[in-house]
Ligand binder design. Structure first.
Ligand SMILES: C[S@@+](CC[C@H](N)C(=O)[O-])C[C@H]1O[C@@H](n2cnc3c(N)ncnc32)[C@H](O)[C@@H]1O
Length: 260
């Protein structure tokens, strides 16, 4: 799995309003009767997984995540759904399911996986013939402006000593390349497109916590504990205009159907 596996799950659960809003819209693209088995690839703390489970009254969700903290929190959050949600702690690149699933759904996850060819091959292997894949993640150009602001903060001391030369390893893929990769993995139909989705966060708490937990997660791993919040604060200040940080999110969407 690329980067560190662990997340601050409690904080992510609190700050992931933008991801929940995006997930709700992406879920509308997945046609469901309600009795299918659907894999949620990168379930996080389960906020979007719950919306998926609500559409599967006679079906089930298989919720997969590579972070122990995320799986533990999601299990607690969704305990009321009983065996309608099964959790698997696994790296998506090593995913193996016992029975093929009817569909794979994923939000805000695949840009953390550097090898999309291998990822799509794994997902194709988990799907039944003609099964559907619907996902959204960061795409080409995602957060380019924010990362330039953050790089300015990283050049300041005392952060530069720890972050010098660090470049965030994300996979913000291009839609044409993504559609080609999906077809190469066995998807007979594959459409992919980009969508700007800017997020506005107030300076003075909201922006700093969101940056620390989501955008700067891997920067945090390189900083000593006592510099983590100060770096999130400095990054937010660098990115702020008139007290507001506008994160220039660009989402990559894809809908694909596996061949028979
Ligand atoms: C930003 S969260 C998104 C969670 C949820 N889907 C949402 O929209 O709120 C990304 C999640 O992907 C998981 N993840 C990233 N790379 C992964 C991998 N290779 N295998 C399994 N899970 C992975 C992380 O552990 C994290 O929980």
């Amino acid at each position: 799995m690329s980067g560190g596996r662990e997340w601050d799950a409690g904080s992510y659960h609190a700050v992931s309003g933008p991801q929940l809003d995006w997930g709700r819209v992406v879920l509308e693209r997945l046609p469901l009767r309600g009795d299918e088995v659907v894999l949620d690839a990168g379930c996080g703390t389960g906020r979007v997984t719950r919306l998926l489970a609500e559409r599967l009254r006679a079906g089930r969700v298989v919720a997969v995540d590579g972070s122990v903290a995320m799986v533990e929190q999601a299990s607690r959050e969704l305990a009321d759904l009983g065996d309608r949600v099964a959790f698997i702690h696994a790296d998506l690149l090593e995913l193996a399911v016992t029975e093929p699933v009817d569909a794979v759904f994923s939000t805000a996850t695949f840009h953390w996986v550097l090898d999309h060819e291998a990822l799509f091959a794994r997902l194709a292997a988990a799907l039944r013939p003609a099964g559907r894949l619907v996902f959204q993640c960061g795409g080409a150009g995602n957060l380019a402006g924010a990362m330039a602001d953050i790089a300015r903060a990283a050049r300041e001391e005392p952060f530069a000593e720890h972050l010098g030369g660090f470049v965030e390893a994300w996979n913000f893929a291009d839609p044409d390349v993504t559609a080609q990769r999906l077809r190469a993995a066995g998807f007979a139909e594959a459409a992919a497109w980009l969508e700007p989705a800017p997020v506005r966060l107030e300076l003075g708490g909201q922006a700093e916590e969101f940056l620390r937990t989501v955008v700067l997660r891997l920067h945090m791993e390189r900083l000593p504990e006592d510099l983590r919040q100060p770096f999130a604060d400095a990054s937010a200040r660098c990115a702020a205009r008139d007290g507001v940080v506008t994160l220039d999110y660009v989402r990559l969407n894809a809908d694909a159907v596996l061949g028979l």
